[in-house]
Design a protein. Structure first.
Length: 220
């Protein structure tokens, strides 16, 4: 199945294909807040510290949406996350998990084009921020996980046990009210699930969990 077919499949499973204001909310400058397993309580950060890969600006928006980097420590001020480096979001992830995220981004792009179009915005002018899904962290090294464990104690999994190290977990950046939960819903439709009730930003890829006999971890 091609990426376009997968993204349309996600749209069919996604309950709020309409709701243009949800998509437009993705462009709102929210109150800066830490997120994603770093001791924060907010769910939508300001756009600062949302980096793209070198040379991303040379590509059209439909490609650039894939060329983001994780936001943890990207702007140098997220001290609770100083253990974790900013890197390409797909670095170290399971290939099937990468495909599912790209399909979710494609689905978000289709929604964005439709909703911005309702306000007279041409497809080529729809901003990348409305097309992509930002991640606080995705894969982590064992050393990074050990650092977080020292910093956060029981708030971080012991090194070697974090699903981030296994390439099957992500922490989304925008999960709070300002974003309407759009990214979370798209990921859920693409096969991702929450596994920690106290961490609404943390998602794990269900098919890979099931491959290792860990499907029971999914709570949503």
């Amino acid at each position: 199945m091609g990426t376009t077919q997968r993204s349309h499949g996600i749209l069919r499973r996604f309950a709020i294909v309409g709701a243009p204001m949800v998509l437009l909310a993705a462009m709102v400058v929210a109150t800066p807040a830490s997120a994603g397993g770093c001791g924060g309580t907010g769910g939508d950060s300001a756009p600062e510290g949302r980096p793209f890969r070198e040379g991303a600006e040379e590509h059209p928006p439909e490609v650039r949406k894939y060329l983001t980097m994780t936001t943890a420590n990207a702007d140098g001020v997220w001290e609770p996350c100083e253990c974790t480096a900013s890197r390409d979001w797909d670095w170290g992830l399971d290939p099937a998990a990468i495909d599912s995220i790209m399909a979710a981004m494609d689905a978000k792009e289709l929604i964005a084009i439709r909703n911005y179009g309702a306000f007279g915005v041409p497809a080529e002018e729809v901003p990348v921020a409305a097309r992509t899904i930002w991640f606080r962290t995705t894969w982590r090294s064992n050393a990074e996980q050990a650092c977080l464990r020292r910093l956060l104690g029981s708030g971080a999994a012991p090194p070697g046990r974090s699903r981030h190290e296994w390439g099957m977990a992500v922490d989304i950046e925008d999960w709070g009210p300002a974003s309407g939960g759009l990214d979370a819903k798209l990921l859920e439709a693409a096969g991702w699930c929450r596994t920690v009730r106290s961490e609404p930003w943390h998602y794990e890829y269900r098919p890979v969990l099931e491959r290792f006999g860990l499907g029971y971890r999914c709570i949503k």
